[in-house]
Design a protein around this ligand. Structure first.
Ligand code: WTA
Length: 656
């Protein structure tokens, strides 16, 4: 990891105290109350979490609340306790007055495509589909890969897996066949659930073709279950491919829940790391469910009659935790939207808020910035008065976008929750609480209960106020991923060996003199494009796998809408000249290897890379060159093997 990114220049003095009337009705009503609960949670985390764990329904109680082998980076929460995540998300509400409450309101891309699932209806669908999975030989502990667009079957698939104790691994439908193949192979999935295609801004995009390409190489998948979504022509492999609608038609309506240990794996979700192949983050049944349910209730201050909408895709952790598991465990009504923010018109999000009278809206800064650009007339043309709380996640929200969100969307009445967390952390870690926290635009403010952030420099020294450092968390909490699928060693070295005894997040941060935490971006080679984590190494290896390329280095550059974009330096095989055609071919190649989200915004051909004498590419320098910095600002270049390369690189800089 490098620390050259940890510099903080932001000076933000605006403050927004919670609305006093709102605070009266919220769970945590003042900063003093927050502090009191926080102190208690930190003084004895196991006692704190054990008390809350009674908000879940257990088939039998746990043996130990918390165990931790620090050296091995192994820990457990509620071990020996038996429960089922699907039971907690559905059955227990069906046995309560929530039975006929809307669990999921699904809005398709087409305005007239809409489905509402009550808790009872969703349970029936899940039970039937769980029986289909069983009929294909899926049992407890088996892995199921899911490659679906944002359609109800996606939510149903996850819950059905949870019901029978199968481990789901959702692969974002925007990923390429190669990325899908890698993720299937890594966890040895038995089953793939996919569909013929997906809709995107009025167009139909093929999915089955990509799935077939991945399956050509895969040895583990024995059955494919296909949702008939777009009605496109697809080829079906006899004996392997089955239609969802035909299978469920013949399935039994009831399916018992598997009793799972709190520490049994609920799911795997792949995320990019700074090196090598994607990491399969492993989340557990008890700790994850408890953490997402509690953060959901308290952070969004969810009330029984509220309509909650998280715009993320279920293919990412935000969707897992705050479209599905957190809201449903809490008995909430969760909106699920298939489409994009600007189709058919730039006010699509606001239209949906108006239509369903959404109370809590949770999105990403990149979406906020792109809608801000389209003009205030779009949100102004819709009735947004139902909104009470607005959330943001995925990347730092710049104060300008924050203010727009606050004034134009929230009309100055809604708290803005800038929630910092990660795939690995399972749920919210640093976040305001709407009735308690005085907000500062651009700051994620304070830690959630039970979470102890430390900002560290020089191995293990805590930073002073306003000093930038590595954001770490002391001690494991229930929602933290337990390991990386099949690679505990990598888990140890990535998260626990950098700063002794602390979870290392890979982000930089500073704490101001009032204790507010400000995130400073990644300190490793992970690029955040529109809030999605993309490992520089993944894009580089995709580039180098092209026959014309010998070496590639990929760095982030600032981007107005996406936060960061990808800038690639590429060295070609001896004798080849780079031109626009080759650029296009490389872009196409990366899109095929990784997926459209990893598309390089700019490719600069260079015969040489800036390297240390030991042959390591100096990304720090490339990052600055790509961002258009002056030669003087490049810092120390004396360790370069060949300092002349710098002038050449600056002279040949390309526009995004
Ligand atoms: C970044 C998404 C600043 C951060 C839930 C983190 C943020 C990575 C924020 C995790 C925020 C997320 N402010 N940065 N509020 N939220 N990040 O795993 O760099 O897709 O490490 O999880 O996104 O991305 P991931």
């Amino acid at each position: 990891m490098s620390d050259d990114k940890i510099e903080s220049i932001l000076e933000e003095t605006r403050r927004f105290p919670p609305n006093a009337d709102y605070a009266k009705g919220s769970y945590v009503k003042s900063i003093d109350e927050y502090k009191a609960i926080y102190e208690e949670s930190i003084a004895d985390p196991p006692a704190f979490w054990a008390n809350l764990a009674t908000n879940l329904e257990w088939f039998s109680p746990w043996d130990t609340v918390f165990e931790w082998d620090r050296d091995e980076a192994r820990f457990s929460w509620f071990k020996g306790g038996k429960l089922n995540a699907c039971y907690n998300c559905l059955d227990r509400h069906v046995n309560s007055p929530r039975r006929n409450k809307a669990a999921i309101i699904w809005q398709g891309e087409r305005e007239d495509a809409m489905k509402v699932y009550t808790y009872q209806q969703l349970l029936s669908e899940v039970e039937r589909f769980a029986n289909v999975l069983k009929s294909k030989g899926v049992g407890k502990g088996d892995r199921v890969s899911i490659y679906l667009p944002m359609i109800p079957e996606l939510a149903i698939s996850l819950l059905a897996c949870a019901r029978i104790g199968a481990i789901h691994s959702v692969v974002f439908a925007g990923f390429s066949s190669e990325a899908l193949y890698n993720r299937i192979e890594d966890c040895d999935s038995k089953i793939l659930i996919t569909s013929d295609g997906t809709y995107r801004a009025g167009k139909t995009i093929d999915l089955k073709g990509k799935a077939d390409e991945a399956l050509e190489k895969s040895k583990s998948v024995t059955s494919v279950i296909m949702v008939n979504n777009t009605g496109s022509e697809v080829s079906m492999t006899a004996g392997r491919d089955f239609w969802w609608h035909e299978e469920v038609e013949n399935a039994d309506l009831t399916c018992p829940c598997e009793e799972m240990d709190a520490e049994d794996t609920l799911f795997i979700l792949y995320t990019s790391g700074s090196t090598g192949k994607p990491k399969g983050v492993v989340h557990t049944t008890g700790g994850y469910l408890l953490f997402t349910m509690e953060t959901f209730k308290n952070v969004f201050d969810y009330k029984e009659e509220d309509v909650f909408w998280c715009t993320a895709d279920l293919g990412w952790i935000t969707g897992h935790s705050y479209i599905l598991y957190g809201p449903l465990a809490a008995g909430a009504t969760s909106v699920m939207f298939e489409g994009v923010p600007t189709y058919p018109k730039p006010d699509r999000y606001w239209h949906i808020v108006e239509k369903f009278r959404v109370n809590t809206f949770y999105t990403a800064p990149t979406a906020i910035r792109s809608m801000m650009r389209l003009g205030d007339e779009w949100p102004n043309g819709r009735d947004l008065s139902s909104l009470k709380v607005l959330g943001s996640v995925g990347e730092p929200i710049n104060p300008e976008a924050w203010m727009w969100y606050y004034n134009v969307i929230g009309h100055g009445n809604c708290a803005i929750l800038d929630t910092w967390w990660q795939t690995e952390t399972g749920g919210h870690m640093i976040t305001p609480l709407p009735g308690a926290t005085t907000l500062k635009p651009g700051s994620a403010t304070f830690p959630y209960f039970g979470i102890e952030p430390k900002i560290i420099k020089n191995e293990n020294e805590e930073c002073a106020a306003n000093e930038g450092g590595f954001l770490c968390i002391d001690k494991p909490w229930p929602g933290l991923g337990r390991t990386l699928w099949g690679d505990h060693e990598r888990y140890k070295t990535t998260y626990w060996n950098n700063i002794k005894g602390k979870y290392f997040s890979g982000d930089g941060a500073r704490r101001d003199e009032e204790g507010y935490i400000w995130l400073l971006g990644r300190v490793d080679d992970v690029i955040s494009v529109a809030g999605h984590r993309i490992g520089a190494a993944e894009v580089e290896s995709a580039l180098v796998s092209h026959t014309d390329v010998t070496e590639a280095a990929v760095v982030p550059v600032p981007h107005d809408i996406k936060g960061e974009a990808i800038y690639a330096f590429v060295t070609l095989r001896e004798g080849l000249e780079g031109d626009d055609d080759l650029r296009k071919a490389l872009v196409k190649h990366v899109r095929h290897e990784v997926g459209p989200i990893a598309t390089p915004g700019a490719i600069q051909f260079t015969d040489m890379m800036p390297k240390t004498r030991s042959g390591k590419i100096m990304r720090r320098i490339l990052r600055k060159i790509a961002s258009g910095d002056t030669p003087e600002s490049l810092g120390d270049t004396s360790t370069l093997a060949d300092p002349e390369v710098i002038d050449l690189l600056i002279a040949n800089r390309v526009k995004q």
